[in-house]
Design a protein around this ligand. Structure first.
Ligand code: ZN
Length: 283
């Protein structure tokens, strides 16, 4: 005690008081559950720059956020990654080819297979794309599968998830003038990944980007139209999940028919059914 008190003199004393109160405040901050909308300036200070301005998010921040959403999706078991290296490598190869020829080739992309037999695919942000095993099985060839991946990349190119995150944060009253707290952004990102219903406008834009991307990567554009028509017909009373999260199907088909020249529809790679079957034989 005596020893310690001798330290509490002059500048040193003030400095130590400061340090102790900082440690105290920090431990209070850690043990108390503070409602996220009431995050204090002090907490923000010790957490560092963890507030995101969605309106001017940098590529690096977006990739980091996408990575944290990915971690949470996997950790919580909401996205169960299919544990097959060869298949993941195959899907990732297709995705990386498309990413390179997309209108947003400068960020890193991660393509993962989700162990889920429902026919669906989704993208979050910062290059994270997920394809269900059910959708891989539904496609008849690589061009069809690539068209879906291209469409999902289109959502990332159009930064659709960021805009939806902004809207959701406003609706939940958690967007402050300073921005959005990272942990809440991750939480909203996870919700959106699983339940998002894309707007008609976003769908049409993702199709436009996707078709352009598919063609540039050398795939036969017919894959996109073919797969979309197949989904619509597949219904049999139950709508494939992909169509409920990616609406406006008949309008999309119509626009694709107008955009694809029948003369060149089948020009390009990815139409070999047998080769595709062999690539996905692990499923
Ligand atoms: Zn979509």
């Amino acid at each position: 005690m005596l020893h310690l008190s001798s330290l509490f003199h002059g500048r040193r004393r003030r400095w130590l008081y400061g340090l102790f109160s900082l440690i105290l405040a920090f431990s209070i901050g850690l043990t108390n559950v503070i409602p996220a909308h009431a995050v204090s300036w002090f907490e923000l200070l010790i957490r560092g720059a963890q507030i995101i301005q969605l309106s001017r998010i940098s590529d690096q921040q977006e990739v980091e956020l996408g990575s944290q959403i990915n971690e949470e999706l996997i950790k919580s078991g909401q996205a169960k990654i299919y544990p097959n290296r060869a298949l993941t490598k195959y899907i990732n190869n297709i995705g990386q080819q498309l990413a390179r020829t997309s209108s947003r080739p400068n960020i890193s992309y991660t393509f993962q297979v989700v162990d889920d037999r429902s026919i669906n695919a989704f993208a979050t942000m910062g290059g994270f794309v997920y394809i269900n095993t059910g959708l891989i099985l539904k496609a008849d060839n690589e061009a069809e599968l690539a068209s879906v991946i291209g469409h999902e990349i289109g959502h990332i190119v159009g930064r659709h998830a960021i805009e939806q995150m902004r809207e959701r944060a406003i609706a939940q009253g958690v967007l402050s003038t300073a921005g959005l707290d990272t942990s809440q952004a991750v939480q909203i990102g996870v919700e959106l990944a699983l339940t998002r219903r894309n707007s008609r406008q976003d769908e049409l834009e993702a199709d436009r980007f996707g078709l352009e991307n598919l063609t540039k990567a050398g795939y036969a554009p017919s894959g996109m139209l073919g797969f979309m028509q197949k989904l619509l017909e597949a219904g049999g009373g139950s709508t494939p999940t992909f169509l409920s999260t990616h609406p406006a199907t008949s309008e999309r088909i119509e626009l694709l028919e107008q955009s694809i020249d029948p003369k060149t529809a089948n020009v390009g790679k990815g139409l070999d059914k047998q080769a595709y079957k062999s690539q996905i034989r692990h499923l």
